[in-house]
Write a protein that binds this ligand. Structure first.
Ligand SMILES: *Cc1c(COP(=O)(O)O)cnc(C)c1O
Length: 370
């Protein structure tokens, strides 16, 4: 069987996975047998807590949740914020806006601080709002805003939020596993990510790392049955790794392999170094070819980078995309309002040599200059 992919996915989820991760899906599992729950699910839950905090793993737990990442975001917000709570959303892109939309749809009283897609959150405004409004119980922010690749200043935000004693929620979907952090040191109460981002698994479930003392308060708060994070947690605790409803067994088994490979690579620090080198080569290569980044270099994460479209009237994204795809690379359309751009991800089973090959392919695909 040929386990090779026809092209590399330079898209931040789903992303290119290793052949061994894909191979791990080739058997079936029983969802109530210990081979699966104790043998596969429980080590994943414990392993994720260790990845999230080296200092106080005993204070945290992991709840796995079926669905794409957004399902876990919705589970986190809908379970963490009580009926009389109020959520402040820091938004600077599509994913920040989605946090706000989820909260409003769930009927949660919501304040949105939108700093625009090209600016980091306004920290003095956050400070002032929390000081002025004690009814704001929770604050949520996107860690790496995948719309632009902007790395939001988690430490500074955490200091303000925890300084005011509020519950801190983080959408670290596209950063967790690829950017070092310690949830306990930052005072994060809930952090959400998913299988198909920096851990390099295949899509099918998300997970929430939660402070046990906070999750314990969440009984009966959820606005949904299937997305009740507390109930899902209780089910997994009491059932020793059992999911309440059918679990994506093959995906979960592949994720166990992906976590093993993260460890073998040298953990999050080593993965972060590889992604950073990928992104460094990408930016320097693209700039050499004449492409400009949409963000200043200092605001970039190593996860994904947005580039301005070439100024030529002959340029069409679809044609550029098709040429690169023929050469073995799939890139991502842009999403920033009013800025004509495209994006290239640097996460997944992708190495600096792949980026060098990509730059060569981009150089050979600039048809609008011919
Ligand atoms: C990928 C991503 C999500 C979740 O997206 P899904 O399509 O539901 O998996 C949420 N937030 C951020 C920042 C992301 O990058």
């Amino acid at each position: 069987m040929n386990l090779e992919n026809p092209y590399l996915l330079l898209t931040p989820g789903p992303l290119s996975t290793s052949p061994t991760v894909r191979q791990a899906m080739l058997r079936d599992w029983c969802t109530w047998d210990d081979d699966y729950n104790v043998g596969v699910v429980t080590p994943i839950r414990e392993g994720l807590v260790k990845l999230a905090t080296a200092t106080r793993p005993q204070d945290y737990t992991t709840v796995l949740m079926q669905g794409s990442g957004t399902f876990s975001v919705e589970a986190m917000i809908g379970t963490a914020v009580p009926r009389d709570g109020k959520l402040l959303v820091l938004a600077n892109g599509e994913y920040g806006n989605r946090l706000g939309r989820i909260a409003i749809t769930l009927g949660i009283e919501t304040v949105i601080h939108d700093s625009g897609e090209l600016a980091p959150p306004d920290l003095s405004k956050l400070e002032a709002e929390l000081a002025a409004d004690p009814s704001i119980s929770h604050v949520v922010v996107v860690h790496n805003e995948t719309t632009t690749g902007m790395l939001n200043p988690l430490e500074e935000i955490a200091t303000i939020v925890k300084g005011h004693g509020r519950i801190f929620l983080v959408d670290s979907m596209s950063a967790f596993g690829g950017i070092p952090l310690d949830v306990a040191a930052l005072g994060i109460d809930f952090l959400v990510s998913s299988a198909n981002k920096c851990i390099q698994g295949v899509p099918g479930f998300g997970f929430v790392i939660a402070r046990v003392a906070e999750l314990e308060k969440c009984k009966g708060r959820s606005r949904s049955v299937s997305l009740d994070l507390y109930d899902q947690w209780q089910g997994m605790e009491k059932g020793k790794g059992k999911w309440r409803f059918t679990s994506p067994t093959h995906v979960v088994r592949a994720f166990a392999q992906a976590m093993k490979e993260l460890d073998e690579e040298g953990g999050i620090a080593a993965r972060h170094a590889r992604y950073s080198e990928n992104q460094r080569r990408l930016v320097s290569g693209m700039e050499r070819l004449g492409f400009g980044c949409i963000l200043p270099h200092g605001l970039h994460s190593p996860i994904i980078t947005g580039f301005h479209d070439p100024a030529s009237p002959d340029y069409q994204f679809q044609r550029f995309y098709d040429l690169l795809k023929q050469k073995g690379f799939v890139i991502y359309p842009g999403k920033v309002t009013g800025v004509d751009s495209f994006r290239i991800g640097t996460i997944g089973h992708v190495f600096p040599e792949d980026i060098d090959r990509l730059i060569e392919a981009v150089g050979g695909s600039m048809y609008w200059q011919a």
